[in-house]
Every structure is written in C-alpha cells, then in structure tokens.
Design a binder for this molecule. Structure first.
Ligand code: DAK
Length: 264
C-alpha cells in the first residue's frame, strides 16, 4: 500500500489518491489499491464516501501514460479491464460517492469522477478526454458516461476535439454540480457528505440503486425497480422512525429534533 489514503470522519469515509509526483495518474498499482480500499470500507458504519486527489494541483491526470506507452494489445486490454472493474465498482458501490475534484481531471481522471454519484470541483479544476490525441479512445467508460451526463452532442465535441475545459464550463454543461474556491472544496464535500450520512441509510442506498438501475432500462421497468425498492424501505428503522418523528413534530414542533438514524 502507499498510493491510497483512507480516513473516516464520523460516518464519512475520505479516499485520497496519493501519487502527487505523477499528478495522481492511475497505474495498475494505484488501481489495485483503490479497489482494495473500496473493498475494505465498513458499510455498517460509513454512509457516504468522498474521493479526491492529493495535493492542490490534480485530482487525477489520467491513466499513466508512461506505463501504457509500451503495453501490448493484451496488456492494454487487461489494464482497461482492471480500470473498468474498479470504476464499475464505484458506480455500483452501495453508498454514495462524491468526487471532490481538486485540479486536473483528464482522461481516466475525468472518467473516474464520472463513475462517482456527485461531482463538485475547485475553481482550478480542468476536465477533458485527451485520448484521441494519444491514439486511443477513452477506455474507462468515457464514451459511455460523458454522453449520459452532458448529452451526446457535447460529449462528442469534447472527445473528438480532445479539448480541455475549465471548471466554469464543466459547471455550465452539467458535468459538475458546483464549483468552489480550492480551499473551500473539501469543507463543502464534507458538509454534503455529512448531510447525506444524516439521512436514513437504507433509503439513501435504495435511491442510488433505483436511479442507477433505472437509467439502464425503460421507464416501465424503472418504475418497477422503484416500486420494489420503495417497498423494501418499509419496516426499516429509518422508515418507522422518520415517519414517527414527523408525526411527533406535528404534535409539538419544539419537542422533537432531527432523527438520529441508526445504522441499518
Ligand atoms: N501519466 C503519467 N505521468 C503523468 C501524467 C499521466 N497521465 N500526467 C502527468 N504526469 C507526470 C508528468 O510526467 C510529470 O512527471 P515528471 O516529469 O515530473 O517525472 C509530472 O506528472 C508533472 O506533470 P507536468 O510536468 O506535465 O505538469 P504540468 O503542470 O506542466 O502539466 C498536465 C500538467 C496535466 C497538463 C500534463 O501533465 C498533462 O497533459 N498530462 C497528461 C494528461 C493526459 O493526457 N491524461 C490522459 C491520459 S490518457 C484504457 C483505459 C483508459 C485509458 C486508456 C486505456 N484501456 C481500456 C486500455 C485512459 C487513458 C488516459 O487517461
């Protein structure tokens, strides 16, 4: 281990990709450690994750170009699979993952942020898919997730031109939800994560599953997925206590504070 830091603050886990000398570029070791870190998250107590990069210059400057430059077709395919497996793991991870993008998010860096549930960034952030300039396609889901997030026309323009965009443009096209001065980024990410972690954990996880799975299917099938997950919330501590709390509040608004939802 050595390229990934993991710390827990309350119910929020913070995963930091820590390879600042290479602007946190992703090589096979970084990807392996990242996967091991996600596998080790204690889902009984951690309710939301933040993914960020070490240093104040880069989130992730992409896949490691030096490591890739001499790969054979087979090695390239294996590397692509390794990346795709971990990016899919992040996307399907049971609890929400917020990408706190503190600088360059290029190639695989932009792609890993897109596998997270929510993206917020510093005003110094820079996004792009420069792959066609390197003779490859975006290989960690960029052709798929960028089009889903910002629409096919904008995704095609960014990918075909390999042009980098700054934080304000990323915000304008809907790639990120909010932009902060660099020093305010992590406090904002922690505040958002703590707010999410303060809600009923079973319900939050069910929402993530419903949104993600619903996006892959027709609206009819999506409605069926939603019904199942909605039903699954009943009889949980969160549903019982959340609704009871609302009813108590109606009796006497001063009597009851926000529910402290138990882990479930
Ligand atoms: N890989 C390896 N090292 C990198 C790197 C990268 N992507 N980006 C930066 N570095 C290293 C630099 O080599 C330099 O190392 P030293 O020379 O100090 O040893 C150090 O980080 C600092 O970088 P610079 O000196 O270049 O710093 P600047 O501020 O001048 O420039 C920059 C920052 C981010 C604009 C520049 O470093 C840059 O353009 N970096 C490359 C960005 C990029 O093109 N990223 C996309 C990589 S392609 C696949 C799946 C996925 C992918 C591929 C295949 N399969 C399915 C097979 C993904 C591909 C990509 O992500």
């Amino acid at each position: 281990m050595g390229f990934i830091d993991y710390e827990v603050e309350g119910a929020v886990g913070i995963i930091t990709i820590n390879r600042p000398k290479a602007l946190n570029a992703l090589n096979a070791d970084v990807l392996t450690e990242l996967e091991q870190t996600f596998d080790a998250v204690d889902l009984k107590t951690v309710r939301c994750l933040i993914l960020t990069g070490a240093g104040d210059k880069s989130f992730v400057a992409g896949a490691d170009i030096g490591a890739m430059s001499t790969m054979s077709k087979e090695e390239g395919k294996a590397f692509g699979k390794k990346g795709n497996d971990i990016f899919l793991k992040i996307e399907k991870f049971p609890i929400p993952v917020i990408a706190a993008i503190n600088g360059f998010a290029l190639g695989g860096g932009c792609e890993i942020s897109m596998s997270c549930d929510i993206r917020i960034c510093s005003d110094t952030a820079m996004f792009g898919q420069p792959e066609v300039g390197l003779g490859i396609t975006p290989g960690f889901g960029g052709t798929q997730r960028l089009a889903r997030l910002v629409g096919a026309g904008m995704a095609k323009q960014l990918i075909y031109t390999a042009r980098n965009i700054k934080a304000d443009e990323a915000f304008r096209i809907g790639l990120v939800n909010a932009v902060y001065p660099l020093e305010e980024l992590m406090p904002a990410a922690k505040k958002m994560a703590a707010t999410i972690a303060g809600n009923a954990p079973f319900a939050v996880r069910a929402c993530k599953k419903a949104i993600n799975e619903g996006l892959q299917v027709s609206i009819d099938e999506g409605a069926a997925i939603e019904e199942d997950l909605f039903g699954a919330c009943f009889e949980t501590y969160g549903q019982r206590e959340g609704m009871a709390n609302f009813l108590r509040k109606k009796d006497d608004p001063k009597k009851v504070k926000k529910v402290a939802f138990l882990d479930e």
